[in-house]
Ligand binder design. Structure first.
Ligand code: GSH
Length: 211
């Protein structure tokens, strides 16, 4: 969204494998100890504003810039539907599929099947939706931006886009956008170096309870 809108930004990596998401400074911005979060120095009234949760960030930037988030109520409802569909469905289910397929200490067939099938079902819902329109809510919007990252990782969730021709066409269209190319090219070196088998890392990421 930042690339699409040409907004200047600085990436401040939060190393969640080292527990940086629990620092008081980060929790003041993102009380759920999760990334992403933003700090807009030029928020409402010219004062800084922190925003956490990717859907809230996208809506905020959409309202701020007037781009990719239509003002017309019917069009906005359609964008919200698909944005919340991602936040409550695709994101969490794909996250769990990824977890049980790649990170669970032993293979639990029931969990792998449950979440792999659910991602397959959700990809099917998108595929059907995209048969009659170019993008999820008609025109390219923050709803597409919210979903594309998970579709990009289809293989990790045991999915083959060949089963979903409309979804693949949508993905190729979005991936060809210059702003998306720039965003997908961003690499945070420390992130690729994390050893997900390290017991310390696993304890921080997968052993969380209430604090
Ligand atoms: N619903 C959140 C999900 C964010 C999320 O799950 N972030 C993960 C990384 S992909 C995280 O920060 N994990 C840190 C932790 O579990 O402590 C959103 O859409 O912003």
């Amino acid at each position: 969204m930042l690339e699409e809108c040409g907004l200047p930004y600085v990436i401040r990596p939060v190393d969640i494998s080292k527990g940086e998401q629990f620092s008081p400074q980060f929790l003041a911005i993102s009380p759920n100890n999760r990334i992403p979060a933003i700090l807009d120095p030029n928020g409402p009234g010219g004062r800084p504003i922190p925003v956490f949760e990717s859907g809230a960030i996208l809506q905020y930037l959409g309202r701020k810039t007037g781009r990719f988030y239509p003002r017309d109520e019917r069009a906005r409802v359609a964008v919200d539907e698909w944005l919340f569909w991602q936040m409550g469905g695709l994101g969490p289910m794909a996250g769990q599929a990824n977890h049980f397929r790649r990170y669970a200490p032993e293979t639990i067939a029931y969990a792998v099947d449950r979440y792999t099938n659910e991602v397959n079902r959700l990809f099917g819902v998108m595929n059907t939706r995209l048969a009659a329109r170019e993008f999820l809510a008609g025109r390219y919007s923050i709803a597409d931006m919210a979903c594309v990252g998970w579709v990009r990782l289809a293989e990790r969730m045991g999915q083959d886009l060949a089963q979903f021709p409309q979804l693949r066409r949508w993905f190729e269209t979005i991936r060809a956008r210059p702003a998306v190319k720039r965003a997908f090219a961003i690499r945070v070196e420390a992130a690729s170096a994390v050893d997900m088998k390290d017991p310390k890392v696993r304890g921080i990421l997968f052993g969380q309870t209430a604090r």
